[in-house]
Design a protein around this ligand. Structure first.
Ligand code: KIV
Length: 275
């Protein structure tokens, strides 16, 4: 693609599919999987990897603000902006036709007021094609979840380790305060979320939350007893050097890419490519 064509494509917002309606998996359909079998979710940030995930049968894709760490090179997710999230969520929507795409609301896009939270959630749906949004926080953010859910936009909560603010104080250690986690989870459920991420939560507490809640629990470093599991794509594919200890590498794509680049560079240097 020429540079001009590329920048025109970058500037183009998400365009809904034309022709026969493509029915995406809904939040309701996902919620009905509770108790049936554990649901796999993965993050993605661009067209090719979103397509690979969907082709592998994964139909719940999170455009996480982990974008900041694994794609944009920040140490934290805190600096990630609405514009960056919209840009990457739109790419994931364009790369999929059936998957339910969840947009992660970045730090600062929902904390100030219900109005701002709703406005930004609507932007995700209208400008990037997201089917639902996710935001971090328990009791204190329940009002935001309620306000967004009232507009008809499905919401995913996120408690336990909450990376947007972890570096500002509470840190990344395993969360073991049962009563606080239970209170947070029940508040997010009552506010109308259809699922809740449990990040680095004590396994027994995660099991108890999964049993007590009617919404889906999505574990990451929270043990095997959740309704769903999520991993950051770069961790499971071996493309990020600082993966957390709970993340399993299912491939070594980083090593394979380095090898391929080395072979290409050598072939150019020694004249064997182009033939
Ligand atoms: O940003 C992200 O990728 C996330 C997952 C780790 C749940 O929030």
């Amino acid at each position: 693609m020429s540079t001009n064509a590329q920048s025109a494509a970058d500037a183009r917002p998400y365009e809904p599919a034309q022709g026969p309606a493509l029915r995406r998996v809904t939040a309701g359909a996902l919620k009905r999987r509770k108790g049936v079998s554990t649901v796999p979710m993965v993050t993605a940030y661009d067209v090719p990897f979103a397509r690979f995930a969907e082709e592998a049968g994964i139909d719940w894709i999170l455009v996480g603000d982990s974008l900041g760490n694994v794609v944009l090179g920040y140490d934290e997710t805190t600096p990630v902006t609405m514009e960056q999230m919209l840009h990457h969520t739109a790419a994931v929507s364009r790369g999929t036709s059936r998957a339910h795409v969840v947009a992660d609301m970045p730090f600062g896009s929902y904390q100030v007021s219900n109005e701002e939270a709703v406005r930004n959630a609507i932007r995700f749906v209208k400008e990037s094609g997201a089917e639902s949004v996710k935001l971090e926080g328990g009791v204190h953010e329940a009002d935001r979840v309620r306000a967004i859910a009232r507009t008809g936009i499905p919401v995913v909560g996120h408690i336990g380790v909450t990376p947007q603010t972890a570096g500002l104080g509470p840190g990344y250690k395993k969360r073991t305060h049962r009563d606080r986690l239970l209170e947070d989870a029940l508040a997010i459920e009552a506010a109308g979320a259809y699922a809740i991420v449990l990040e680095v939560v004590d396994f027994d507490i995660a099991r108890e939350l999964t049993e007590r809640l009617s919404i889906l629990t999505v574990g990451i470093g929270a043990g095997p007893h959740c309704d769903a599991q999520v991993l950051v794509m770069h961790d499971l594919l071996g493309m990020y050097p600082h993966s957390p200890p709970f993340a399993k590498r299912f491939a070594e794509i980083g090593k394979a890419a380095t090898e391929a680049f080395r072979d290409y560079a050598n072939a150019v240097k020694n004249g064997s490519f182009p033939a």
